[in-house]
Ligand binder design. Sequence first.
Ligand SMILES: [Zn+2]
Ligand SMILES: [Zn+2]
Ligand SMILES: [Zn+2]
Length: 280
Amino acid sequence: MRIKYFGTAAGEGFPGLFCSCEACERARKAGGKNIRTRSQALIDRALLIDFPADTYMHVLHGGLDLREVKNLLITHSHEDHLYTSDFEYRKFGYAYFDADIEELSPITVYSSNNTGESIERAIKKGKLDKFNAFVWKEAKAFCSFEVDGYTVTPLEADHDKKTRPLMYCVEKDGKKLLYAHDTGQFPESTWQWLSEKRAHFNFVSLDCTTIINESKRNHMGIKCCEETRDRLLEIEAADEKTSFCLHHFSHNGKPIYDELKHIADEKGFLVSYDGAEFKI
Ligand SMILES: [Zn+2]
Ligand SMILES: [Zn+2]
Ligand SMILES: [Zn+2]
C-alpha cells in the first residue's frame, strides 16, 4: 500500500490565502515543501481521501488523475475537505468519457450521514446520479465495508459534531493505515474499538493542525500527537516499526516545513508535505 499527500494544510492554506503573518511570510520566501495546499490524500490509485477546492490544483500540478478515481472517502463537510461545487464537472458536456453515460461507473462518495446531506444536495441539484457521475453511500462509525479489495472502517473523530466527522482505517494485504483528520484527541468510543478489535497499524497519519501550540480538542498539536502515539503503542495498536506522520497544518501553529522537519525528526515523526509519498 502507498499513500500520497497532494495537499497538507488546514482550511486557509499555508501561507494563508489573505495572510501576512510571520509564518506565512517565511513559507512564501522559502517556497518548495513549505507551500501547503488544502488536505487531500490518495491510497494507491484506489481511494481518494477528501475533495477540497484545491483538488483542481492537485490535478494540474500534483499528478492526481481523477479519471482513475472511483471511490472517495470524505472525513467531514468542512469546505477544506469537501468542495461539492466541482462535482458538477463530471457531467456529460463538461466531461467526455470512453464509455456511454449508461455504462459510466459513478464515483462513489462515502461519508457520515450528516456530511452526506451536502453531498446528496449537490447530487440532486446537478442530477449527478442520472449522469452516473456520483453516488453517495453512508459510512457508519465502526461498521467496516469493502471497496475494491480494501477493508475500510470509519472511526469517530473529535471535531465539529454537526458534520459527524470520521477518521478512516484502511486495510489491504495485511497492511493497515489510519487517517486521522480532522480530529482532536481520539474519542473514547474510538479507543474502545481500537482495543477490542486489536487493530495494529503500519502507518498512522495524525492531525497536527496547531503544531507547537497545545491542543487536545477539535485539532491536535505535537504534544497531543505524542500522547496519541504513546497510547496506540500501549494498547499495541502500533509498534516500533509503525510510521507516524504529522499532517494538516495551520500557519497559526508557526513552524514552516523546514523548521518542523527538525522538530519532528527529533521526536520520531514523519512530516507530510504536498507531493510526499510513503510506502506502507
Ligand atoms: Zn481541515
Ligand atoms: Zn499566516
Ligand atoms: Zn474540519
